[in-house]
Design a protein around this ligand. Structure first.
Ligand code: NAP
Length: 279
């Protein structure tokens, strides 16, 4: 198949491009590093020239914070919505949208709301569209994983609040396997949460990362949520991932029922112990 892949130079996009190429697909990559700024591709007409001869589309563009003129509204909502409408016009039926866990009716941050808006556009179009909502994705080259590894390797691990909020990290190989399968088979639910085998608390996740680095569990230091939020307003200027909204999303928790994903894959996704062995 000829596949248009947005976000092709990103963490998930790079793994997808590699797997697609290995399966014999031809990938048309879209990203600024590949010469296209999606902030300028906001109408179906702008997308149509890229869709000639394309059989399927995977949208994996994304930002975690609005920096250097990049906006959630353009990159997560308007550009993907224009792309999906262009697919309808070009007769491309199979479209896989990489959304995010939390992009639902309870969404409360601009990141989640902008993803939800694009997801809704895709769900309403007469296409074979699939909305995949990954939780925290980990694996080679992941930016959030690198940050969590740095935290986990400290002799005293600082925590936002009590660290008891839950996460359900999913290994990149399971995300890739799910996307590839979506190209051939539609899941029973067109919106599929892509999560790891089981939820764990954030502090357990950090201790697992530490164990994977060959270290013993470390003591933790709970920093009150309000204090971290106050410093995050400055911290985000140094590291956009530390935006207060991202901390709020972490605190809300990032878990879902794994059963539909396991049914679709015909197996359980990797547990954190199994996944961290592959890194
Ligand atoms: N990683 C996770 O844990 C996770 C979890 C849930 C959902 N997701 C979602 O999965 C998707 C991919 O995430 P990721 O971790 O792979 O992110 P990433 O590593 O930051 O990659 C983002 C991609 O978007 C592209 N991009 C950014 N601005 C662009 C622009 N103006 N025009 C064209 N391309 C642009 C980047 O390429 P250039 O910089 O070259 O333009 C890059 O290829 C995102 O939608 C993200 O929200 C990720």
């Amino acid at each position: 198949m000829k596949i248009l892949l947005t976000g092709a130079s990103g963490f998930i996009g790079r793994h997808l491009a590699q797997a697609l190429t290995a399966e014999g697909h031809q990938v048309t990559p879209i990203s600024r590093r590949n010469g296209q700024d999606m902030q300028t591709l906001l109408t179906p007409e702008a997308w149509l020239p890229f869709l000639q001869g394309v059989d399927a589309v995977i949208n994996s563009v994304g930002i975690i914070a609005e920096i250097r003129g990049q906006t959630f509204e353009k990159l997560h909502h308007r550009a993907p919505a224009a792309l999906f409408r262009a697919c309808e016009q070009a007769g491309i039926r199979r479209v896989v949208q990489i959304s995010a866990l939390g992009a639902d009716a309870q969404a409360f941050t601009p990141y989640q709301l902008s993803k939800y808006a694009a997801d809704e556009v895709l769900r309403r179009l007469p296409l074979e569209g699939v909305v995949l909502r990954p939780s925290l994705v980990y694996g080679q080259g992941g930016a959030s994983m690198a940050l969590f590894q740095r935290l986990a390797n400290l002799p005293l691990i600082p925590l936002v609040g009590d660290g008891q909020y839950r996460v359900q990290p999913v290994h990149i190989s399971d995300v890739v396997a799910t996307v590839l399968q979506c190209l051939h088979t539609l899941p029973a639910q067109r919106t599929l949460d892509v999560v790891g085998a089981q939820p764990l608390t954030f502090v357990e996740w950090l201790q697992q990362l530490r164990r994977a680095a060959g270290k013993h569990p470390a003591p933790t230091l709970a920093i009150p949520f309000a204090a971290v939020m106050a410093s995050a307003h400055v911290g985000r200027l140094v590291m956009p991932l530390l935006h207060p909204d991202n901390l709020r999303m972490l605190q809300r928790g990032n878990v879902a029922d794994v059963t539909p994903l396991a049914a679709f894959l015909g197996r359980m996704p990797l547990s954190v112990e199994e996944g961290l062995c592959c890194i």
